[in-house]
Design a protein. Structure first.
Length: 425
């Protein structure tokens, strides 16, 4: 048993000796600590680019034209002549008010006009007779004037001839006055007749504009009054349609300052074009045009109204809908964009990025960002063209430590390198 133990222990002693030998070799000059390898970080190089800046503004739709239908004469509604919710044309008859009282006024005015015209005709005839009668009277008076000095006629005959001439002239003046009175009466009656005809025409309540009419607020048999407060119905023109957007006054001032300083350039004719997003997030196919910007700031909201005009051939847009407009503000020729994944915040809340400096060391950099454009931040200050911003490997990059910068997308994932090493062993 003891011999067998010694034999069995020999291999164990040899193995321990081999391990000590290997360990001793590892502590020699060739077996020092392995050199530290700089961690790899993925970077992008900042390159300025031309960017069109847009702003998303909330808005509400409103009709291009709107008209409330009101009666211009009073009476009983005899008939409604349109379909609620349908399209109507300007001048189309919508309601019929009982015309009988107004027709009676027209007939009375016509009769009065006929009487006035008859009176004028009689006065003209009387004037003609008076003018015809005075001619021989004047001749007789002139002849008596010649015979009076010769004592061929009596003084009474001369006086009678002169009186006859005076009476004839009075008849002419009376006829002329009668004609003037008749003509004045004719004018008054004609005006009354015109008014009566207008009121009769107003018994047909017509559409003031073309568009889509809503529900009727009165029914057949209702009594209406001229120019009443409550409309009978409302007509709205929906193609085209207005969209009123609101923009804060602070944003407007910032935009004007950017344009003034030259940092932002006008987009030309395209700047007046507007895209529209509907309530469900889908895009409206038709593009609109910016018409004007209001000149007054709403004191309750601190915003300015921008009005756009949009085609609405399918009448998909209805008044009162909430929409969002994509309004072009201008073009920035040398814009600096940084992916959002490379931007962090320091304890003070300032935006910052990690860049690879001249000595291939990590440097923190405070930046000023204005807005997001897609997946990028628009940087106003803090970065220059050519700066290398770290996007991946930030957790391995400490400020002041050297790193190995590789282009974004070429970084070898550490998780992929470990299985390969294990497979090699």
């Amino acid at each position: 048993m003891q011999r067998n133990h010694k034999i069995a222990g020999l291999p164990l002693t040899g193995m321990l000796f081999g391990m000590l030998l290997v360990a001793g070799c590892g502590n020699g000059p060739a077996g020092g600590p392995p050199p530290q390898v700089a961690p790899e970080v993925s970077v992008i190089s900042i390159t300025p680019e031309r960017v069109t800046l847009t702003r998303e503004l909330p808005g509400r739709t409103s009709p291009h034209l709107i008209a409330e239908v009101r009666p211009q004469v009073g009476g009983i509604i005899k008939e409604r002549l349109f379909t609620e919710g349908a399209d109507v044309r300007g001048g189309q008859v919508l309601y019929q008010i009982d015309p009988a009282p107004y027709q009676a006024v027209v007939d009375s005015a016509k009769a009065a006009l006929a009487r006035a015209q008859t009176g004028a005709t009689g006065a003209r005839a009387a004037l003609a007779r008076a003018k015809a009668n005075i001619i021989p009277l004047r001749l007789k008076a002139e002849r008596y004037q010649e015979l009076a000095p010769l004592k061929a006629i009596s003084t009474q005959d001369l006086d009678d001839a002169a009186a006859a001439v005076g009476q004839g002239e009075a008849d002419i003046q009376s006829a002329q006055a009668a004609i003037a009175g008749s003509e004045a009466e004719i004018g008054v009656v004609q005006a009354a007749l015109a008014t009566a005809k207008i009121n009769l025409a107003y018994t047909k309540v017509t559409a003031p504009i073309s568009g889509r009419i809503g529900k009727s607020l009165v029914t057949t048999g209702a009594l209406v009054k001229a120019s009443q407060d409550n409309p009978l119905a409302t007509i709205q023109e929906l193609d085209p349609i207005y969209v009123d957007f609101t923009q804060s006054s602070s944003e407007r001032l910032r935009l004007m300052e950017s344009l003034r300083s030259g940092r932002l350039k006008s987009g030309g004719s395209d700047q007046a074009r507007i895209k529209l997003l509907l309530e469900d997030g889908s895009s409206y196919l038709e593009k609109g045009t910016l018409k004007f910007s209001d000149v007054t700031v709403d004191p309750s909201t601190g915003s300015v109204t921008l009005r756009g005009l949009f085609p609405n051939p399918r009448q998909l847009l209805l008044p009162g809908m909430f929409v969002r407009g994509i309004v072009q503000e201008g073009v920035r020729e040398q814009a600096i964009l940084v992916p959002q994944r490379g931007v962090t915040r320091n304890p003070a809340g300032e935006a910052m990025v990690m860049v690879v400096g001249a000595e291939e060391k990590v440097e923190p950099r405070i930046i000023k960002v204005e807005r997001t454009i897609g997946n990028d931040w628009l940087v106003n200050d803090g970065l220059q063209p050519g700066d290398r911003v770290i996007l991946e490997g930030i957790q391995r990059a400490r400020p002041g430590t050297p790193v190995k910068a590789v282009p974004f997308g070429d970084l070898t994932p550490p998780a992929a390198a470990q299985p390969a090493a294990a497979a090699k062993e």
